[in-house]
Design a protein around this ligand. Structure first.
Ligand code: SAH
Ligand code: SF4
Ligand code: F3S
Length: 391
């Protein structure tokens, strides 16, 4: 039996896309291995949201070269968001010529064909596609665990000034409602020894709240979630389930997050996971403006108040960027005060990382590394402090 070793960096979207890569590999008869030294194929699914993610990917690729020396037949494949950038794609071809297949996230559905071609012809394959293709339904080999991921929309149109994602993921496109419902039905019906295989079904998109705007006829996120709740109600009725399976979703964007969604969650608590990830990025309205986030601190806090009022038990999480270009000490203090006010259950704090080609990369007043380090450490210390007081 031939085996594969798959490494994934990045967000849940990438984790789920690795399940699609695994599906392709398994359909060709490959089985997973936990030891890369034993693998016949290595696949690396990359992220480029921050420089650190790129560095880690490049470090891994470097190590594959050594493995190729001991196993001449080893097939090394590198894909994902980092390879989707033209500059990185070119650099990989020039510097790491030993890679057998380079592909992007926009032609991930062609991975199986590329692999077959590589095996048959022994030719190296380098192919990324651009232009936001409509994703085809893929074979998925879902990872063990409580959560099943389902894509509801792809790409991003928000162009936050620090972010590379819209450039590597293309324009926003919503998946057809019926395709989502069909996949949802299939997933909730999967069983393991008579009990449901997955406890939570997580709906995925870079901005789930803008789901359906581009569909004809248009739809909304609240509409698709309502339909899925209906499916849970009807399909799971009479099944000896214990606790019903729950719907979760990520990521939310405060500019599109509708208060109706909170009401829907409040009315259907038994079907909805009690968690909301609402990235704020900064507590300062002036920084938010420079980030092109299209909401203010006040708007964000209104949403939080509404959530707190209507959902008694909710696990509230966020993402924060410190050291965005020009972030003054006062602006940064507003982020700290927002953290004190909201009392999150979890914070992912990041130091701003310059991404070439994004508007923020060429803004003046880039913040020095020392200040960024201090700010990120303070945010994390404050978050722990708030958490301790809550308990
Ligand atoms: N679409 C999602 C996820 C985007 S990437 C969203 O809008 O939340 C996940 C997180 O990475 C972002 O929320 C942001 O906090 C962080 N991030 C994105 N670009 C970054 C950059 N250039 N430097 C530091 N953090 C960044
Ligand atoms: Fe990036 Fe903003 Fe899109 Fe999220 S919403 S992926 S942070 S551009
Ligand atoms: Fe990274 Fe791509 Fe996700 S850049 S954060 S893996 S969308």
């Amino acid at each position: 039996m031939k085996s594969y070793f798959l490494i994934t960096f990045g967000c849940q979207m990438n984790v789920h896309e690795s399940e699609k890569l695994a599906g392709a590999l398994r359909s060709l008869g490959f089985i997973p291995t936990k030891k890369k030294e034993e693998a016949d194929i290595i696949v690396l699914n990359t992220c480029c949201v921050r420089q650190g993610a790129e560095n880690r990917a490049l470090g891994n690729i470097g190590a594959f070269k050594t493995l190729k020396k001991t196993n001449k037949d080893l097939i090394v494949c590198v894909g994902g968001c980092m390879t989707q950038q033209k500059t990185a794609f070119k650099k990989l071809q020039e510097t790491y010529s030993f890679i057998d297949i380079i592909f992007g996230n926009q032609n991930l559905d062609k991975f199986k064909e590329m692999l077959l071609e590589r095996i048959e012809t022994k030719k190296k394959i380098r192919e990324i596609e651009e232009g936001s293709p409509t994703p085809v339904e893929s074979e998925i080999s879902r990872a063990d665990g409580d959560t099943a991921y389902i894509n509801i929309n792809y790409g991003c149109d928000n162009f936050c000034t620090y972010c590379i994602v819209p450039y590597v993921r293309g324009r926003e496109r919503s998946r057809a409602k019926q395709d989502i419902i069909n996949e949802f039905k299939k997933v909730i019906a999967e069983e393991n020894c008579g009990t449901p295989r997955f406890k939570t079904i997580t709906l995925l998109g870079q901005n789930v709240n803008s789901y359906g705007k581009d569909l004809k006829p248009a739809s909304t996120f609240v509409e698709i979630v309502s339909e899925l709740i209906k499916v849970l109600r009807e399909e799971c009725w009479g099944r000896p389930l214990g606790d019903p399976q729950k719907i979760a979703f990520m990521t939310n964007h405060p500019k599109d997050f509708s208060l109706e969604l909170v009401e829907l969650m409040a009315k259907n608590e038994e079907y909805m996971a009690p968690e909301i990830h609402l990235p704020v990025q900064s507590g300062s309205s002036t920084v938010l403006k420079r980030m092109n986030r299209n909401y203010t601190r006040e708007h964000y806090l209104n949403i939080i108040n509404h959530i707190r009022k209507n959902l008694k038990k909710i696990y509230l999480t966020t993402d924060i960027i410190v050291g965005f270009p020009g972030e003054t000490e006062e602006e940064y203090q507003e982020t700290l005060s927002l953290i004190r006010e909201v009392k999150y259950d979890k914070i992912h704090a990041f130091m701003y990382s310059k991404r070439s080609g994004t508007p923020a990369a060429s803004m003046s007043d880039q913040i020095d590394q020392k200040t960024k380090n201090r700010r990120v450490n303070e945010v994390l210390a404050l978050y722990k402090d708030v958490l301790n007081k809550k308990m």
